[in-house]
Design a protein around this ligand. Structure first.
Ligand code: GLN
Length: 218
């Protein structure tokens, strides 16, 4: 079945994700309201400003529906999106509280300290057997300080600091694959979304996030 992937389009670089997904032949939609989550196989939360995205998500009543969506469907957060996926960003701001990671915002300094570096991501061989480094574009990026529980680090900097992680059907990257011409991370996420297509929420996630009527996707 053809995949349909939504991109949260409240603020940030959602357009670049949409371009990449369309080039991969995926059906896409821009998510601005809870009703837009319906029928999606996965959701991407783009880079931007996590506080702004979080506040807008609260304003449009999207925070709890997105959390509920994430119980059974794939979510990928890039940069600010990774912050939103986390359970802890060291400060009070609206978060989805899904991934068992702690992130440090702006861990590499201000905007002018943005940088690019080669990343060696073994998991990408699942979508492309030709092994080559991935160009990591870091723009006022967060660091994934700690991964706990089922969460696995997917990519680290040469000094061991974590910049990509996966927990089941949730993916977090500190950097911006949508700003490169390399679509391997997008294909990796599509494989994750495809795997959740026919699955029901697990007993564990039901326990962690028991359904409440106000949480329901409209
Ligand atoms: N610095 C931003 C934040 O903390 C993230 C930057 C980005 O998404 N490129 O929300």
């Amino acid at each position: 079945m053809r995949l349909k992937i939504g991109v949260l389009a409240l603020q940030g670089d959602f357009a670049e994700h949409l371009v990449m997904l369309k080039a991969l032949g995926v059906e896409t939609s821009e998510v601005r309201l809870p009703a837009h989550l319906k029928g999606l196989d996965g959701l991407i939360i783009p880079g931007g400003e996590s506080t702004t995205i979080g506040k807008l998500a609260v304003h449009y009543g999207l925070l709890y529906p997105m959390r509920e969506f994430g119980r059974s469907k794939a979510i990928w957060g890039t940069c600010a999106g990774a912050i939103l996926l986390s359970r802890d960003a060291h400060r009070a701001q609206p978060l989805l509280n899904l991934m068992d990671i702690t992130v440090a915002r702006n861990a590499f300094g201000p905007q002018i300290a943005s940088f690019e570096t080669r990343l060696y991501v073994a998991d990408l061989s699942l979508v492309d057997p030709v092994f080559r480094p991935f160009r990591g574009v870091f723009i006022r990026a967060p660091l994934i300080e700690t991964v706990r529980g089922e969460t696995r680090a997917l990519a680290t900097l040469p000094d061991g600091r974590i910049v990509a992680a996966r927990e089941g059907h949730w993916l977090a990257t500190s950097f911006h694959p949508e700003l490169t011409s390399d679509n391997r991370f997008h294909r990796y996420f599509l494989a994750m979304a495809a795997a959740t297509q026919s699955r029901q929420p697990s007993a564990v996630s039901r326990q962690l996030f028991p359904p409440v009527s106000s949480d329901r996707v409209a």
